[in-house]
Design a protein around this ligand. Structure first.
Ligand code: ADP
Ligand code: MG
Length: 351
């Protein structure tokens, strides 16, 4: 049967339909723009440093909670040499014998050994006896005697770490210290969690290690500031941009001890037993993983500019070196995106 409608009814239907469509569109737009702009930030102390998580996309608050819980577990169960519950502390306590540890811990130690080897021992996680002796940044910081330094150096050597059948061991008297890679490992673990989340992008900083993950809201590369190693924490030397990845900085300003007008910093040279003296005041490294960026920043700080270049190549990493003379060396992969903004420094090129 054919029905007829009055013109008025038709107009009303059309108007209602148009209104409904407009309403749906509005809700839709609001929904999408809400998703794009949703962001959540949390800053807290974790892993002995300030951790900041800037999260973009849905469920940011939940994700932040999960991230900080995971960092606490990483510290307590795996990395801390102070907390007796951790794998590292248990390995140290059993020095001379082996203990079962988590597969993740074996993985961290294998990668640390690879960097030790390729850096000729400039980076070495078996430096625990020496770092505890100096305790720079700790309550018992002091300048040890040469005899004490010599004795501690006797225990250092990544070659003595054994990793077999889910067990780990260090030599008698030897102690592991993962202080130079813990923050980078944290970035790796967080990246794995973000992959499982509904977030669209994130910037996480764990002390001097940064993870840039996913899409930057509004598109384009993420921008990273390089701290002025001689200035306050908020002052910059320059900046560079990246589509994503891992960046770590090691500097001699981070933790220090001053005795009789002489300042000692916390990155030690395993060859001398004293704070590294390679002419650098900071190194920023971009690498394929957080562990690598962190390990390499420490290794490069010990090695100095020239000797670091083959090591960086080996691990497909790029770096920004700052010397005592305020010269800034930037490796090829970062040269285009790096901008020096601080007039106290000058760009230098490889000699
Ligand atoms: P930060 O902890 O300030 O981010 P690093 O990542 O460079 O700086 O790590 C420095 C820490 O690593 C020290 O506090 C110490 O525990 C440990 N360490 C110092 N020198 C070395 C080294 N040559 N190799 C491995 N670990 C080191
Ligand atoms: Mg480091």
């Amino acid at each position: 049967m054919h029905r007829t409608y009055s013109k008025k009814t038709l107009w009303r239907a059309l108007l209602l339909g148009a209104l409904a469509v407009a309403l749906l569109l509005l809700i839709g737009l609001d929904f999408w723009s809400g998703q794009r702009e949703a962001s959540f930030e949390k800053s807290s102390l974790a892993m002995g440093t300030v951790v900041t998580a800037q999260l973009y996309g849905p469920d940011g608050e939940e994700a932040a909670g999960a991230i900080f819980d995971a960092l606490q577990a990483l510290e307590q169960e795996r990395l801390s040499w102070r907390l007796s519950s951790s794998d590292i502390a248990r390995i140290n306590a059993a020095a001379g014998g082996s203990v079962p540890v988590a597969p993740q811990t074996i993985g961290y130690l294998q990668q640390a050994a690879a960097v030790s080897q390729k850096s000729g021992g400039a980076f070495d996680c078996t430096l625990g006896a020496l770092t505890q002796l100096w305790d720079i940044g700790g309550e018992n910081a002091r300048v040890p005697s040469q005899a004490e330094i010599d004795a501690a150096l006797q225990t250092v050597g990544y070659q003595s770490v054994s990793l077999q059948g889910g067990q780990a061991a260090v030599a008698k008297g030897q102690a592991l210290d993962l202080g130079a890679i813990g923050k980078g490992i944290a970035c790796d673990e967080i990246a794995a969690m973000l992959e499982q989340s509904r977030l669209s992008g994130a910037v996480i900083s764990v002390g001097g290690s940064i993870l840039l993950w996913g899409q930057r809201p509004g598109g384009g590369d993420w921008k990273i500031g390089v701290r002025d190693p001689r200035g306050e924490a908020s002052e910059q030397l320059g900046s560079f941009s990246l589509p994503g990845g891992y960046v770590s900085t090691s500097g001699n300003y981070e933790r220090t001890l001053t005795v009789n007008g002489q300042t000692y910093h916390h990155i030690l040279d395993p060859k001398t037993g004293y704070p590294a003296d390679s002419g650098l005041i900071s190194v920023t490294v971009m690498a394929p993983t957080g562990l690598l960026s962190d390990a390499l920043s420490t290794a490069c700080f010990v090695l100095g500019y020239q000797d670091s270049l083959p090591l960086l190549k080996e691990f497909h990493a790029e770096a920004i070196f700052v010397t005592q003379e305020r010269a800034v060396f930037v490796t090829e992969g970062l040269r285009q995106s790096f901008t020096l903004t601080n007039g106290d420094y000058h760009l230098a090129s490889a000699g």
